[in-house]
Design a protein. Structure first.
Length: 140
């Protein structure tokens, strides 16, 4: 982990998208999956709906084609990460989500990348549960 953070910090001096590709493509972890002899790609998922949008990318509900399971797919543009100096934060987010087991943190199931984007595949939490105000739960 220390080497990933050191590499990320040293690359912040380079404002180009190429720096992000070099740093972010050098990541190796159990969450960079290979299925059926080929690396996991966006084509392994059926995009069903957009859950939300942010400054770095968007979150979509997806269905994994081989298992038909539903996930939340967070798409992050590499160029925006580099331009805004967020490489260290992005690496930390991925690392924390992949290692933490906590009922209040949505677990990372898979991660992969294309030339221009990073993809974090997370367990999909039912949005109706999140929409219920917590103070009402005790009074129902």
């Amino acid at each position: 982990m220390t080497s990933m953070v050191a590499v990320a910090r040293s690359s912040l001096a380079f404002p180009s998208s190429q720096a992000a590709c070099v740093v972010l493509s050098s990541l190796h972890s159990p969450h960079n999956f290979v299925f059926q002899g080929h690396p996991l790609t966006i084509d392994d998922f059926e995009l069903t709906t957009v859950i939300g949008k942010g400054s770095f990318g968007k979150v979509m509900q997806v269905r994994k084609r081989d298992t038909q399971r539903i996930y939340a797919l967070k798409t992050i543009r590499k160029a925006h990460i580099v331009d805004r100096g967020e490489i260290t934060h992005t690496l930390a987010e991925r690392l924390v989500l992949s290692r933490v087991t906590n009922p209040f943190i949505v677990p990372l199931k898979f991660s992969f990348q294309s030339e221009q984007k990073l993809y974090l595949v997370l367990a999909c939490v039912c949005h109706s549960c999140l929409a219920t105000p917590h103070f009402l739960i005790g009074s129902i």
